[in-house]
Design a protein around this ligand. Structure first.
Ligand SMILES: NC(=O)c1ccc[n+]([C@@H]2O[C@H](COP(=O)([O-])OP(=O)(O)OC[C@H]3O[C@@H](n4cnc5c(N)ncnc54)[C@H](OP(=O)(O)O)[C@@H]3O)[C@@H](O)[C@H]2O)c1
Length: 310
């Protein structure tokens, strides 16, 4: 009898993927997409009784206590798993909980332990700037982890996500004042991706290991100039939103802006090829009308009630 079960879904039956960072943006999106494709998902969480961990458990995700800094907890979590999704927390910047060296240590440990546990497929989430030395320490951590992962004997896919669309509507960006400030010049394009789509791409990668193991993929859903971002935001917010480049007196911001200008942080993904491969990829206007609508609304409402950070 011919099976009508889609091939990428049949890969997932009775198999478990361990997801790191599942209470955060990327890991959360990966866990949701894997569950939708029929995988068992085991989330390594620092606090299983926390609200986000409990929300994961409520939708069928197995939550196990663990910490990126505790190799023994990772070994226990990876035992018997088919796959591991590896993402590390933001490092080295203002407000980050971990140092750049912690991030590299965590990324290396996850890959080494996955190899030793016989995991069949590791997916590491890196960033678009990996592959060249940028001189920005919290970006160069990704190149260091990639280099380490490549030395190991484990089938691995590296995804390099563009800047998240979610970042554009955080209160720090100025939308509450009718303005967006970001890194590119008003007339120069930068690539972006919806966090939801990182999850969907990673689930597709786990679903087709023969196609994706050994590949490094820059991933993005749209490319927009500062002016185009402002137009989309104006339409979605129903109020005028203008755009200007962030002031670059700050040394790190100046380096980031230079990396956008030379293309490395702006992103160089082939959007047409990605869209053909992953037809669900959202453009920015689609994201604003869909998963981003509540985030934009929240940021705008906080200004209406005067509670936005200034
Ligand atoms: N923002 C962008 O545009 C962009 C673009 C490309 C790549 N990136 C990269 O994306 C990564 C951040 O991903 P994200 O935004 O999905 O993260 P996030 O939302 O900030 O979440 C971080 C996750 O890591 C977990 N975590 C933190 N410390 C941990 C530890 N010691 N042990 C176990 N889990 C720990 C957190 O769990 P708790 O709930 O316990 O805190 C949380 O689930 C960074 O490496 C960043 O460089 C960002």
């Amino acid at each position: 009898m011919t099976s009508t079960f889609p091939t990428h879904l049949s890969t997932s039956v009775n198999k478990t993927v361990v997801v790191l960072g599942a209470t955060g943006q990327q890991g959360g999106a990966v866990a949701a997409a894997l569950r939708a494709d029929g995988w068992g998902v085991r989330a390594v969480v620092r606090d299983p009784s926390g609200q986000r961990a409990r929300a994961l458990a409520a939708v069928g995700v197995e939550t196990v206590r663990g910490d990126l800094g505790d190799p023994e907890s990772l070994r226990a979590a990876f035992s018997g798993a088919h796959g591991v999704f590896s993402v590390q927390p933001n490092s080295g910047q203002a407000g980050a909980e971990v140092t750049n060296e912690d991030e590299v240590r965590f990324g290396a440990a996850v890959a080494e332990i996955a190899e030793r546990c016989g995991v069949a497929h590791l997916v590491y989430s890196s960033a678009v700037t990996a592959g060249s030395t940028t001189g920005v320490d919290h970006l160069d951590t990704k190149s260091r982890i990639e280099a380490h992962v490549r030395k190991l004997d484990i089938p691995c896919t590296i995804v390099r996500p563009a800047t998240f669309m979610e970042l554009l509507v955080t209160p720090e960006m100025g939308l509450d004042r009718g303005h967006l400030s970001f890194l590119m010049r008003p007339d120069r394009a930068m690539q972006f991706i919806a966090v939801r789509d990182i999850g969907r791409i990673v689930a597709a990668v786990f679903g087709s290991p023969d196609r994706y193991a050994g590949r490094t993929m820059e991933i993005a859903g749209d490319a927009l100039t500062g002016e185009a971002l402002a137009e989309d935001l104006t339409r979605a917010a129903c109020r005028p939103i203008s755009y200007s480049r962030l002031p670059t007196q700050d040394e790190v911001l100046a380096k980031l802006a230079a990396l956008v200008d030379d293309g490395r942080l702006a992103g160089n993904a082939n959007l047409d090829a990605l869209r053909a491969e992953f037809p669900f990829l959202l453009r920015f206007d689609g994201w604003l009308a869909g998963p981003g609508a509540s985030l934009l609304d929240e940021t705008l409402r906080s200004s209406d009630t005067g509670i936005a950070r200034r």
